[in-house]
Design a protein around this ligand. Structure first.
Ligand SMILES: *Cc1c(COP(=O)(O)O)cnc(C)c1O
Length: 450
């Protein structure tokens, strides 16, 4: 019989519950704090920003949460997503390792982001919200929320980091095609934006600034709420459908992962893949090494400080206990726009502190080399973000080649690069550097933290 390349679940086998890792952890994660009182924030503090259903999920200690039928219905447009065995990459590397990737690029916008955009839009619409605001970097999250908003009849207004707004016109056109309004950030439309522009009229923006603008707008307007595409517990919760499907697909494959790697920007695709496997690990049913991979230009877990910090630049969000480079930190403009966030999900940060996962940072040159290698063997050109995970997969597979170990490696291929091809153009032209964060810049940025 021919060797299997992909493992596909029937729609009827799609998981119908999200998995919440919190009740299975040896200690609960530290709560978000109100910046004024430094007391844990309550539901009332969050109500101007999020609908009640999402606030409840944010603090939930239930192990499983049912996915609403309306959300499952939209998920079925692209889910269950395929699990591939990267046989051609394995062969090219000459490794005895078995490499699997869970491919989230099959979603309508080409990434894992709709897994949370759809439920977020659904719960907002169900509570009478008519307009959502958000930030976006490269535009993966903005296009996901624009699509989800169109699905549930919501208006969607997106603040896009200026550098990307200017450099990546196709994502903006995608958002507009779905009916969203897109502003470059910093903008003159908000107090936070105006303050940044007054200090630096040529500011190219950052995710932290764009979050401030979107949060400020949501807090001030009627029937408007804010949506975040990563970092928060409810976002990681929604992404666990990735790992739940992958577990079922591994059963079909008759295999068990020894090493699980994912790229981390705010931590959502990594957490989404890893948490269901972490549940199995904590229960003693398997024992994979779980590894987060971040860019050397924005090394939040590996070189950041575990401290309470703001999620945004203006200091409008609650204080989150997380690995952070400081909320003023503006990373160099590497091509993996989705990994240029100063902080890390509090849940991932906590799990890292507990020693349940490890983390490494890789420079973008090695990442693009891995992306090209993957494209030339597997045929999919990976988004710049998951090339970080692929570079780590290849490292591990080459180690196996040395030792002869037949390890099973799993990663999330969280998006394709069809709208990021200029980044590959730059790589092919030899015009890419690592932008590894210098010690002095790191020290300066961390100095402001408690
Ligand atoms: C947004 C994004 C990321 C980074 O966000 P996480 O929350 O860390 O997953 C990574 N890859 C792609 C393709 C993205 O769109």
């Amino acid at each position: 019989m021919a060797e299997r390349t992909k493992y596909i679940l029937d729609e009827a086998d799609m998981p119908t519950r999200w998995y919440n890792v919190v009740p299975d952890l040896p200690e609960p994660p530290p709560p978000p704090l109100h910046p004024g009182t430094r007391e844990p924030v309550g539901p009332d503090d969050l109500a101007p920003l999020f609908p009640q259903a999402l606030i409840a999920q944010e603090v939930s200690t239930e192990r499983y949460i049912d996915i609403p039928e309306e959300v499952l219905d939209v998920y079925r447009l692209w889910r269950p997503s395929p699990l591939f065995r990267a046989r051609r990459l394995e062969k090219a590397l000459g490794t005895p390792a078995r490499i699997y990737y869970k491919y989230e690029g099959v979603s309508p916008v080409g990434s894992h982001k709709p897994n949370t955009a759809v439920p977020q839009a659904f719960y907002n619409a169900a509570e009478g919200v008519t307009r959502l605001t958000t930030e976006t970097g490269a535009g993966q999250w903005g296009s996901a929320l624009a699509f989800a908003s169109a699905t549930f009849g919501l208006e969607c207004e997106v603040w896009q980091v200026r550098a990307s707004y200017d450099q990546k016109p196709y994502r903006k056109l995608m958002m507009e095609t779905f009916g969203a309004t897109v502003h470059p950030s910093p903008s003159e439309l908000t107090e936070s934006g105006r303050a940044i522009l007054a200090a630096d009229p040529d500011s190219t923006g950052s995710l932290g600034i764009a979050i401030s603008e979107a949060v400020e707008q949501a807090a001030q307007a009627e029937n408007t709420r804010y949506a975040l595409g990563s970092v928060l517990n409810h976002v990681l919760l929604h992404q666990t459908i990735i790992g739940e499907e992958a577990l079922k697909q591994f059963e079909l494959a008759g295999d068990t992962p020894d090493v699980l790697v994912g790229c981390t920007g705010g931590g959502s695709n990594f957490g989404g893949l890893a948490f269901p496997f972490l549940r199995e690990k904590l229960a003693g049913r398997m024992d994979p090494v779980i590894r987060a991979v971040e860019p050397a230009a924005c090394p939040t877990l590996t070189r950041g400080k575990y401290a309470y910090d703001f999620g945004d630049t203006a200091g409008l969000t609650p204080l989150l206990k997380m690995h952070t480079l400081g909320h003023d930190f503006i990373p160099d403009p590497i091509h993996a726009g989705g990994l240029r966030y100063h902080g890390m999900s509090p849940l991932i940060s906590h799990i890292y502190e507990l020693g349940l996962i490890d983390a490494i940072a890789i420079g973008q040159e090695d990442c693009f080399a891995a992306g090209v290698r993957f494209a030339r063997t597997e045929g999919i050109i990976p988004a710049p973000e998951p090339t970080h995970a692929l570079a780590a997969c290849i490292q591990e597979a080459l180690r196996c080649k040395e030792t002869g170990e037949e390890k099973v490696i799993l990663t999330a291929l969280c998006g394709h690069a069809h709208l990021d091809l200029p980044a590959y153009g730059a790589y092919l032209a030899g015009d890419i550097s690592d932008h590894a964060l210098p010690d002095e810049a790191l020290e300066k940025s961390l100095a402001g933290l408690p």
